[in-house]
Design a protein around this ligand. Structure first.
Ligand code: FE2
Length: 277
């Protein structure tokens, strides 16, 4: 068993997106701060409606997947295909933009806490132009594994025989939400084929000799196992893992392709109303 160590620390930086939603961006805050195939991770958390109420009005995507995991709050997703999905506390929307989707993601609350994440996972070249699709995952579809020192929710992948609602795919993503009591440890095997990113959003964690504070992400190095210890105040963190694609990434805002020419095509298609048909 080879224990993975922290290879790179990626700070979460204040950012704003959509129509002015305040968030913290770690992965994706700069082009070199990615963890193939993960392109971006945004965390949002606010009790102040001014920080979120404007939401994400109609906008396009092409070439990757967006995964929205809502811890607290209520969002409504609508897209050009006529899909309409309510995302409520504890639920997930797994959206495959493929060749194109035009959608809005709007808060359905005018007060209270809005908290969650949006993760962007890249698609391989051969799947970037596949038809768009999406899946609304209800909170009760996400299994919770209880252990003596904490608990774990499985959005994607499998943990010790318990499988989450999202399985397979080319990059075989794994998406866990782990909560640990003060000073306690969590260990798991994660295939050495996978990139691993750990993101504490409550408390702090230690992995080997290094620590990650709240909203500091850690890209882990090679190995086939992880051991994560909660700091003095306990911790809640995401463990994200997937197979890297090893392909060139060219990003222009909401379009992520392999070449500059494909980006120009995406812009052209969007301007001509054929991005998502
Ligand atoms: Fe979006």
């Amino acid at each position: 068993m080879a224990m993975r160590k922290i290879q790179q620390v990626i700070p979460g930086l204040p950012a704003s997106d959509g129509a002015g939603v305040k968030l913290i961006r770690s992965l994706g805050s700069a082009e070199h701060l990615r963890a193939d195939p993960f392109l971006m991770l945004d965390a949002f958390s606010s009790e102040n409606p001014d920080d979120y109420v404007a939401g994400f009005p109609s906008h396009p995507h092409r070439g990757f997947e967006t995964v929205t995991y809502l811890l607290d709050g209520h969002m409504l997703h609508e897209d050009h295909l006529g899909n309409r999905g309510n995302l409520k506390s504890g639920g997930v929307q797994w959206m495959t933009a493929g060749r194109g989707i035009i959608h809005s993601e709007m808060p359905q609350q005018e007060n209270g806490r809005m908290r969650g994440f949006q993760l962007w996972i890249n698609l391989p070249a051969k799947e970037k132009m596949k038809p768009a699709g999406y899946r609304d995952i209800q909170p009760e579809e996400i299994p919770t594994v209880l252990f003596s020192d904490g608990k774990l929710k499985i959005v994607a992948g499998t943990y010790e025989g318990t499988s989450g609602p999202v399985q397979g795919g080319t990059t075989e993503p794994l998406y866990w939400d782990v909560e640990l009591n003060s000073g306690k440890s969590f260990a798991a095997n994660i295939a050495e084929t996978h990139s691993v990113y750990v993101y504490p959003f409550e408390g702090s964690v230690e992995i080997g000799e290094r620590a990650l504070k709240t909203h500091q992400g850690g890209v882990l190095g090679s190995g086939d196992a992880v051991e994560i210890r909660a700091g003095a105040d306990g911790a809640r963190f995401l463990v994200l893992a997937a197979k890297p694609l090893g392909e060139p990434v060219v990003q222009y805002g909401p379009f992520v392709m392999n070449t500059r020419a494909e980006i120009e095509q995406a812009i052209h298609d969007y301007q001509n109303g054929v991005l998502a048909v």
